[in-house]
Design a protein around this ligand. Sequence first.
Ligand code: AMP
Length: 173
Amino acid sequence: MDLAQHIRNVPDFPSPGIQFKDITTLLLVPEAFQECIRLFKARYADNPPDAIVGVDARGFIFGAALAHDMGLPFVTARKKGKLPGDTLSREYALEYGTAIVEIHRDAISPGQKVVIIDDLLATGGTVAAVSHLIAELGAEVTEAAFVVELPPLGGRTHLAPMSVHSLVEFMVE
Ligand code: AMP
């Protein structure tokens, strides 16, 4: 199945010059959504991680489906102020300004191996921050996996030496 054909490109959203890759059109096609989860599951079936970490908010869609399908714990990495328990926080740079991502301290145990799931890899700043929190909790990120990767934005290099996997690449300007 050609997953790329189900991802809509929206030019100049949310700001001029951005080619927004919209996965909501893929979610409207059950076979395409199922194919994403099937591909992720096949990749980790032989050597399952201890948990799946999904990144707020679109990473929850794919990460939760994968965790549910594999029978694994699902951990939410959330934007600041959403998690009610004792959290660890990490600030990271956005194109304009900064953002903060948080994780519950008791959601991950030292020595665990986890896979991070998000919808899209651009510069890698978001997942770098999430992986930093996971490392602070003494766990190991075995891989970060994405539905979409935008290779020209350099996320893979930013995240190195972390293992990075993606289902679809777009060579955006
Ligand atoms: P980054 O931290 O630069 O890798 O950005 C990744 C996060 O921003 C992901 O959670 C994406 O959902 C979102 N994002 C960044 N660029 C785009 C884009 N061109 N299209 C859709 N989502 C994007």
